[in-house]
Design a protein around this ligand. Sequence first.
Ligand SMILES: Nc1ncnc2c1ncn2[C@@H]1O[C@H](COP(=O)(O)OS(=O)(=O)O)[C@@H](OP(=O)(O)O)[C@H]1O
Length: 220
Amino acid sequence: MPRTLEGQITMEKTPSYFVTKEAPARISSMSKGTKLIVVVRDPVTRAISDYTQTLSKKPDIPTFESLTFKNRTTGLIDTSWSAIQIGIYAKHLENWLLYFPIGQILFVSGERLISDPAGELGRVQDFLGLKRIITDKHFYFNKTKGFPCLKKAEGSSKPHCLGKTKGRTHPDIDQEVVQRLRDFYRPFNMKDEVMYLTRKGGCEQQPGPVDISCSLGLQY
Ligand SMILES: Nc1ncnc2c1ncn2[C@@H]1O[C@H](COP(=O)(O)OS(=O)(=O)O)[C@@H](OP(=O)(O)O)[C@H]1O
């Protein structure tokens, strides 16, 4: 990490942090006050997006449907497949709550980043204690891309959309498999846990390893 000067915020983005077992302890030992931002989206769409990325690099991989199940007849889901495993958000969150209070973590909605990017970035700016500089004025909806884009990229006067690797068309997935995955993920939805811990407050004051029983809301 570069040294952070007075008045600066150092930011680091790595998609795999949230699901890496060692990450919370390491980040906490570096700086207990680190603010954490997690972008989450519907875990089923996330899994399909993940699969779409892999498919673009390895077009010969098996179908999404066949990778989803350990045994299609019994309907047993292959939780060791990373595309599925990453979306078990509540399990990953548990590791972070051992080291960081819930108030130090902001969950950003991947869906709202698309439908209302300025609104979602408003929440990020508030969380970081920044003035709301980024607003609606900075975005426009690009019909060709099908996503919001920046009216002006940083240091340029030209519009800027994310690259070709973001916003790919997803393959059609068997709706029965989609439904089966929705049912699978339901208990791992973080909403209830986060609301519970935020209201409860008891687990919030002390960064550092906490008694996980403090996070009683985490019941599966
Ligand atoms: N403005 C804009 N333009 C394009 N894409 C957008 C945008 N905002 C959010 N998204 C969504 O971001 C998804 C890609 O993010 P990733 O999770 O792959 O990114 S990363 O791994 O964290 O770098 C990507 O997922 P896919 O649609 O599956 O490609 C998009 O849904």
